[in-house]
Design a protein around this ligand. Structure first.
Ligand code: PXP
Length: 248
């Protein structure tokens, strides 16, 4: 299975919004990411519009010739936007106004009543639906039951902890990705990944896509956004090729 790199441009908009003008433009960053080897563009339209705005989503869909992954909360407002924009994919995430970033995965077990209809409406509109969940086999099983064809595993905790704790988190990611493969659900992963943490996750054979944003935008300031995306792509493909060769 090849591994795709989805580049999240939210924090290009964070920097733009700090001054209120049009620069830097997340659409321009997405086009640079495309040139550098990105396989898709991800953006999260938050309820408070703190970074990406409605007009950005519309422009990303219209102006960037890459699959668009629209991250969104499970709300009627976001459902209406996603039905209008008709992105390639939607990733459903939990959202809490006070958080700095998406802190945990969606609790599919708790949200199971609402999700089947929500997922079905997006699927009927031609969008692939993914659920952003913690690496927990029970959540993967529920994602399958509510009809999601894709899950995205939250790698935030794996990135935050170190040593044995990180090894244990990696095992949880491996087990959740294996459960997804068993249930024929496509598996993605992301959150907090950097050049230093990405390789073991990229080596997990059942993962088809990694979504990475904050680190790439930060490296963009230091080494340039295109070079940062290109380096991330090289690292993930090398880690996957090495893991595939070791299994043969
Ligand atoms: N995947 C999901 C579902 C996210 O919410 C985020 C953060 O917006 C990411 C991936 C990317 O995380 P980061 O910006 O830390 O790379």
């Amino acid at each position: 299975m090849t591994l795709r790199l989805g580049v999240n441009v939210d924090h290009v908009a964070t920097i733009r919004n700090a001054r209120g003008g049009p620069h830097p433009d997340p659409v321009r960053a997405a086009l640079i990411a495309l040139e550098a080897g990105a396989d898709g563009i991800t953006a999260h339209l938050r309820e408070d519009r703190r970074h990406i705005r409605d007009a950005d989503m519309r422009r990303l869909k219209a102006e960037v010739p890459l699959p668009l992954n629209f991250e969104m909360a499970v709300t009627d407002e976001m459902l209406a936007m996603a039905l209008e924009i008709a992105p390639h994919a939607c990733c459903l995430v939990p959202e809490n106004r006070a958080e700095v970033t998406t802190e945990g995965g969606l609790d599919v077990v708790a949200a199971a009543g609402r999700l089947p209809d929500f997922v079905a409406r997006l699927k009927d509109n031609g969008t692939r639906v993914s659920l952003f969940i913690d690496p927990d086999v029970r959540q993967v099983e529920m994602a399958s039951r509510v009809g999601a064809p894709v899950i995205e595993l939250h790698t935030g905790r794996y990135c935050e902890v170190e040593g044995d704790d990180r090894a244990a988190e990696l095992e949880r990611l491996v087990a959740a990705a294996a459960a997804a493969a068993e249930l024929e659900i496509e598996c993605h992963a992301g959150h907090g990944l950097t050049f230093d943490t990405v390789a073991p996750v990229a080596a997990i054979p059942n993962i088809a896509e990694l979504n990475i944003g904050h680190f790439l935008v930060g490296e963009g300031v230091v080494i340039g956004f295109g070079p940062a995306v290109a380096q991330m792509k090289r690292l993930i493909l090398a880690a996957r090729a090495e893991a595939d060769a070791a299994r043969r």
